[in-house]
Design a protein around this ligand. Structure first.
Ligand SMILES: [Zn+2]
Length: 271
């Protein structure tokens, strides 16, 4: 047994066999893997392991075989069109799962000490020189500090950082008539409801990081809103780099292909 240092106990489970192989199924181990990835040689090994087998990482380390599992501290099941808001400590990790497939998650993170410091897509892109983070990349705040890091990705890896949250104006633009059609749930309202559930208020809406969102960019700069390629159970895990408030919205977009025309539920697991 050993502790990963954030209160998650990693236990030896069923028989330990296969000397020479460390069988890793524990998301909690990724907290350690992240540090290892920063070491050039071992980092390559870890990266190769991550890419070779997304679900059961097999990494050979020092001749011992250990099967590890994680302890989840909190699970948040979010219905279609719903939201979740919670607090997360630096050093914890949160795994997001697309339960039925083709469902984006709008993700926000705010510094718990000052919510005017928050995950900023426009500050992240110059920091990583990519249009969105890939495995091993962090997302940064408007104060240019890492707030989360993508430490595992069992999805097609499309996590858009180009687009604003959907809002009442977007649905009106697409032809929604509130007088006739009633209220249309939207990610902007979900953010502010989530913040309110934590006793917080923000007078604007930062651009979310759009997890599992397939806004496909072409080399000529044009793009297409494509149905997400995620399948049921696809997931990705972020390490929390600073004490944060987290808000997620299961995007309710049903007027184009953002959610494949059928918004569904998602899960967040904090550990
Ligand atoms: Zn949305």
């Amino acid at each position: 047994m050993f502790s990963n240092g954030v209160g998650c106990e990693v236990a030896r489970a069923d028989p330990i066999e296969k000397p020479g192989t460390l069988i890793v199924t524990a998301a909690s181990l990724h907290l350690a893997l992240l540090d290892m990835m920063r070491m050039p040689k071992l980092g390559n090994l870890v990266r190769e392991g991550l890419q070779a087998n997304r679900h059961d990482l097999m990494i050979c380390i020092e001749g011992k075989g250990v099967n590890m599992s994680k302890d989840t501290i909190s699970t948040f099941d979010v219905d279609a069109r719903g939201f979740a808001a919670f607090s997360a400590d630096a050093g914890q990790a949160v795994r997001f799962t697309d339960l039925e497939g083709a469902q984006p998650i709008d993700f926000w993170a705010f510094n718990r000490a000052d919510i005017y410091e928050y995950l900023s897509c426009e500050h992240t892109k110059p920091a990583i020189e990519k249009v969105y983070p890939r495995l091993g990349d962090s997302a940064y705040t408007n104060h240019r500090r890492a707030v989360v890091t993508l430490i595992e990705d069992n999805s097609p890896g499309q996590h858009d950082m180009q687009f604003a949250a959907c809002d009442v104006y977007r649905y009106r633009q697409l032809g929604w008539d509130e007088a006739k059609d009633g209220y249309h749930a939207n990610c902007q309202d979900n953010l502010h409801r989530g913040l309110a559930s934590l006793g917080l208020e923000l007078p604007f809406t930062p651009q979310p990081w759009n997890l599992f969102t397939n806004f496909f960019l072409h080399p000529d700069g044009s793009f297409e809103i494509r149905t997400p390629a995620t399948k049921a159970g696809d997931n990705m895990t972020l390490r929390i780099e600073m004490d944060s408030y987290i808000v997620i919205s299961a995007c309710p977009q049903d007027m184009n292909d953002t959610c494949g025309g059928n918004p569904t539920g998602v899960r967040a697991e904090l550990f």
